[in-house]
Structures are given as structure tokens and as C-alpha cells.
Design a protein around this ligand. Sequence first.
Ligand SMILES: [Zn+2]
Length: 355
Amino acid sequence: MRYILITIASLALSLSSAVAQDVKNIIFLIGDGMGLASVSMMQLENRYAPTIFDQAENIALQKTYSANNRITDSAASGTALATGFKTNNTYLGTTADESVVESIMELAKGQGMATGVVVTTYLQHATPAAFYAHIPNRHEYLTITEQLIGSSLDVAIGGGMAYFKELYGEGIAERLATEGFKMATSLDEVKQTKDSDRVIALLGDYEVNNNAGAYLGNATQEALRILNNKSSNEGFVLMVEGSLIDGCGHGNNAEAQQVEMMGFMGAIEVAVEFAKQNPGTLVVVTGDHETGGLSLVSCDSDFCLSEQGVEYRWTTNGHSGTMIPIYLYGAGAERINGIMENSELGATLKAIIKR
Ligand SMILES: [Zn+2]
């Protein structure tokens, strides 16, 4: 008995030393409005062949309620994920009493790491803005645009050109240059930038001009190239948002949501492949909240019979309050476990990169 106990103890020790890898890079992928039903829909649509979600090395769950509402908006949940603090709906990068709180990007930059965001909506939208802006009203897009230009991000790829035009007219590139950014208006232009450049890519007036679905994976690939070259030994933090999953939930459109989910899954695949090639990379995939109250129900209430088809049924045009899954891959995947607050996930990621 004693021998078995010792063997188990030494096995546990060697296991823990084998898995306790240092985390150098974090790729944080957020599906806006992506709940468990959206993931389940993709598994069903894939005829239960393994999806990228099924390949997770660890999973956890997070509670999304905000400081002032049991149903969060993307500003409060984005702030919780980006900073580790719950706040009121519509608040970005501040607590409910409007105190500014540090985002994981600011912490990373202060330690010499490289940072970036890649989204399918405008860069001033709530989720990306939670990673660089500090303002209690998420709808002040011009101020948020100025905060983006003044931020320490190394790469930002998404839409939102309209707000830049409103502020700077024809002089956007010149204005960005004064803050040390190269402007790009296509992914090809991003590819041509030098490793030393900081890049803001504006690929649409509001949302990214993208009908093919491959955009998010390609943009993630480019951002990873830039950040990996730029960060040398210090590592990087990249946030990638599947932004438009949410709008399909608001519109109760399952087919459109499947297209957005495919794009998001393509980005996850790029991230997971990068993590395989680059040890020390943690990939975290989650949603900020669920949208639409999606459920997957039998078309026939007598499900003792053989299947009569499955229906995607929506219960609201707004957000819902269900817990959201977290999928983990790569270095440190074992360090995020159980049921947690969304803010706890944000705080844990900050703790993981803290040098
Ligand atoms: Zn929404």
C-alpha cells in the first residue's frame, strides 16, 4: 500500500512538472454572443465529427452577469475579460465607480510584451475597446478612436474607418504616423509592413468587408506573424474576436450565425496550430455572453420516436444569462478550471503573464 502511495505521489509530481510550462504568449479568442448552444449547433452541423472545440485540452465555465445587471452587455463583459474587474453595462475599462483599471494589454506592454487585437467589427466596438479604452460610455466612438490611436497596441486589424474619417478627414495616415502607426487598408498591405512597424488596419467603414469567411483566420495569421517577430523573447498577448456571431443572435438567424462561427473556428484553428509550433503559447477560447437564447430542440415533442429533425429556436432578440464555456489549449491550459466569474478569468490571465 505504502509503495503504491509513493508511486502515485511521484507520478503526480512528475505530471505536474511536465505540465507546468511557462506561458510566454496568450491568444485570447472571444466569440461575441457565443454560448454553448452555438458551439453545440456547430457540432451537430458537423455530424458530430470532432470540431476544434472538441480538441480542447481543458474546459471551464464562466458567469457573465455585470455589476448592475444580471444580463451583461459586451462592454461590461469585455471589461471583465480584459481587466479582471466587473463593471456596469456600457462601461469600458473602468469599474462601476469609474476608476480606470489596467487591461491585460497594458500590463503586457509594461513588461515589454507585444500586443494586438483582430476583429470582424469596428475596432471601436465594445469588446476590442475594453482591451485599450477607458470610458464609461461605450458609444462615444470618436473618443474611443482617439484612445485607440493613443494606445500601446502594436497591431489592430478590423473595421471602423468611418470614425477615423470623421475625426481626421483625408489625413488619417498622417495622424496615425504621428503616433507611430502604419495605416493599412487591406490584409495585403498588412503583409507588406515591416516587423518594426506598428500597424492599424482599417478594412471597412464599420464592419470588415468580408463575405468569404476566411478573413478572421487570415488576419489572425498576420497578427501572429507581426507579434511573434516583434516580441522576441518577451512574448505577446493577442485578442481575436468573432464579433458578428452576436448580431446573428440578435437577428435570430441560425444560418448566418453558422457562417460567422465557421470564420471564428478558422481563427481558433490558426491559433491552436501556432501554439503547437510555438511552445509556451496558451490559447483561451470563450464568449462574452450568449445572444438570442438559442436552443436546439426536437421538431417532434415525442422524442421516444426516431428523430424527426432538430430545430434552432431562439427565445429573445437580446442577450441571455447562461454560463459560457471556456476552451483551453497549449501551455498552462491546466491552470484554468471549474466555474468562475468572467472577471476571475480576466484576472487569472493577467496573473499568468505577470512576470
Ligand atoms: Zn449583443
